[in-house]
Design a protein around this ligand. Structure first.
Ligand code: ATP
Length: 349
């Protein structure tokens, strides 16, 4: 395991809630993990604990199989085998690309190593350029090369794309991920952007209030959220109360809904169901009907809110309708629920 956190807790101010509360996680060698969550959930603190910029009051952290902090151990940041890439790149303005990348490196083969790494990030012909002559994306690649040239056990990246505009941002993140994969690097990203996390990660760790809500692959997190928070934070979701029936059917306001993933709920148990907006399909023979309250055309779909009626009960559902459908506010429409990726979630946080 490249990284292991075992029950790590960090409180900044005595009497306050812990910024990171009994967090345990592992990151396998050569994989990309993302800490995802809203502002203040503890993701940056988790990264800083791994880097050694903060000290936990409890728990253990190991990097590359070596304990770097526990009750009786403290390895300082520069001896942990980590590479850092920050949001603002943190390049030295008075050093050219080659010297920025080589900064602090020792040994006979530094020059070759630095040049090979700069080639890998596509900056082989910018060795003598100064940081202020580079675009934001190029500066970010220098920062990445500087981290990679040290052959770190793990690269830690704190919101590395947030200074880039939208187009460059998605291009850069694909480039950075390709470089990391090519280098077989282990990396941990911090982001509050769920789309980014889904796009780049092998494993997503969703955090809230200093604790881990769920760990899993992007598919697991999106398709089978375990908590109401994860269902709503990663994509949109309709959360419906219901009772577990037989054969993985859940009885809800919408009637019996076939559920793909029951998370171990037993028949008779009351549960919450997460149904993604794209699980509703317009169908003239559908058993659900309702009036369209609002609709927004996004190109990929029509995002609509529909007031559903059933057994004299009315409730609102968010649906994604195929963009070729002609639909107006006020229209009545019929829907059916597609069975896959409807998930039972465990709690009501
Ligand atoms: P953001 O996306 O806004 O950076 P985050 O998820 O990275 O948020 P952290 O920066 O880890 O969250 O902060 C977690 C909690 O710890 C917050 O309540 C924050 O106010 C608090 N905190 C962070 N750094 C310090 C500090 N140096 N001193 C005191 N409290 C801090």
């Amino acid at each position: 395991m490249a990284i292991l956190l075992d029950n790590v807790t960090k409180t900044y101010t005595e009497g306050d809630d812990a910024a990171v509360n009994q967090v345990s996680l592992t990151v396998a060698e050569g994989t990309i993990a993302t800490l995802l969550g809203p502002s203040g959930c503890g993701k940056t603190t988790t990264l800083r604990l791994i880097a050694g910029f903060e000290r936990p009051e409890a728990g253990r952290i190991a990097i590359g199989g070596r304990t770097v902090v526990d009750a009786g151990t403290w390895v300082p940041p520069e001896k942990r085998g980590i590479g850092m890439v920050f949001q603002d790149y943190a390049l030295f303005p008075h050093l050219n690309v080659e010297r920025n990348t080589a900064f602090g490196l020792k040994g006979r083969d530094v020059k070759e190593k630095v040049r090979a790494t700069l080639n890998m990030v596509g900056l082989g012909s910018y060795l003598h350029a100064m940081p202020n002559q580079l675009s934001g994306g190029q500066q970010q690649r220098v920062a990445l090369a500087r981290a990679l040239a040290r052959d770190p056990v793990v690269i830690l990246l704190d919101e590395p794309f947030s200074n880039l505009d939208t187009d460059l941002r998605s291009q850069m993140r694909q480039e950075v991920v390709e470089i990391l994969r090519q280098a077989k690097a282990t990396a941990i990203f911090v982001t509050h952007d769920q789309k980014e996390a889904l796009a780049i990660s092998d494993t997503i760790v969703v955090m809230k209030d200093g604790t881990i809500q769920q760990k899993g692959s992007p598919r697991e997190i999106y398709q089978f959220p375990e908590t109401a928070f994860v269902a709503s934070f990663v994509g949109q979701s309709n959360l419906l109360r219901g009772t577990m029936g037989d054969n993985s059917l859940v009885n809800t306001q919408l009637g019996p809904v076939p559920c793909h993933h029951t998370h171990g709920a037993a028949p008779g148990e009351s549960v919450t169901l997460s149904i993604r907006p794209d699980r509703f399909e317009m169908d003239p023979a559908g058993t659900l009907h309702g009036r369209v309250l609002s609709q927004v055309y996004t190109g990929e779909a029509i995002d609509a809110v529909v007031a559903m009626q059933r057994d004299n009960m009315a409730f609102e559902i968010i649906v994604h309708i195929h963009p070729e459908e002609q639909i107006r506010v006020g229209d009545m429409a019929r829907f059916k629920v597609l069975p896959h990726f409807v998930a039972v979630i465990r709690d009501h946080h």
